[in-house]
Design a binder for this molecule. Sequence first.
Ligand code: NAD
Ligand code: MG
Length: 390
Amino acid sequence: MRRVSILGATGSIGQNTIDLIGREPDRFAVAALTGGRNIAQLASDAKALRAEVAVTCHEDLLPDLRYALQGTGIEAAAGDTAIAEAGARPADWVMSSIVGAAGLMPGVAALDQGATLALANKESMVCAGALMKQRARAGGATILPVDSEHSAVFQALIGEDIAAVERVIITASGGAFRDWSPEQMAAATPEQAATHPNWDMGQRITIDSASLFNKAMELIETREFFDIDPARIEAVIHPESMIHAMVGFGDGALMAHVGPPDMRHAIGFALNWPERRALPVERLDFVKLGQFTFREADPARYPALRLAREVMEAGGLSGAVFNAAKETALDGFLDRRIGFLDMARIVEETLVAISASPGHIDAEFTLDNVRAVDHLARQTAAGLMAQQNK
Ligand code: NAD
Ligand code: MG
């Protein structure tokens, strides 16, 4: 039996992971499941999968979780420390699918215990890629990408020589507003931004898809995962979301990864790796699909893409600033304190402000410094938003 834990089990990726694991009860033993406010879901999954422990990040919900698990023998725990402990609980395979920088600590805990970390939480790669890789080496752990584009690149690289890679192209659907004018985007509401043409995902990543902040994060994630020169990493808009990524080699060949927009492929690939096993995803009919189309991912229309390039150029802890400022600006947009297009401006101004003084983005790459700069960026971005609303 393989011991598995799912961090962020109640979310979109978490539920897709549970769908796969639940199909093979004889193959997997569940150590920890973690979630947030949805105690009913967390408890019912913990019971169905016979998990050892269920953890919510909200301490005030511990009594509810305890009540829901009464008489089952399943341990209940709550709070950030308990979430990190869930990552440290002995397991062979850990799904990192918490949303946001909150996924960093439990992910690092899983690396420290030498587990295979299936990484959906791109934020941890964006804010602390160097650290994640170093902790994986030290702990004898493996990090496998779950983001569909990065899983696609990983698969296209199997058996290939990384030195022969000329370019990596990740695709973007373009999100909810791909056909909207800048004026329309400026007036967009959170509800409008939170609908996705192809993928069914959590609210935050769906809005990040519309602003292309998600793709911006993924450019950085590509660089961190595969150690590829940023100049060789491209993004292109592909409205059908069928090609997830393409890897171009020095002989002119492009290996494209094609599949339906169903995260159970990338999750299942990481779950079964290094084997390939059958997965319950749709098989594509190319005649029915008819055509694949592409458009430029224009950095003038999507400043997030330009900012990601600047972050890759600056290096150091600038990814942590970028991510924290983006998370804060997204909160501001969700609370209707700033507009959709203001998000990129807040992130840019935060990067400029924090880069201006030494000792932040050029600080040593430690977990403490990542957390300190993350905190500073959140404060700075919140201050900028408050100023705007005066
Ligand atoms: P989601 O919002 O559906 O779920 C997030 C999960 O994290 C929930 O279980 C929630 O309870 C938990 N959580 C939220 N805040 C937390 C905190 N502070 N501490 C501990 N737990 C917390 O999100 P999702 O769409 O499943 O995305 C999860 C991660 O996977 C994100 O990093 C996202 O970018 C990435 N990802 C998602 C998809 C997708 O298809 N949904 C695709 C690629 C990558
Ligand atoms: Mg993706």
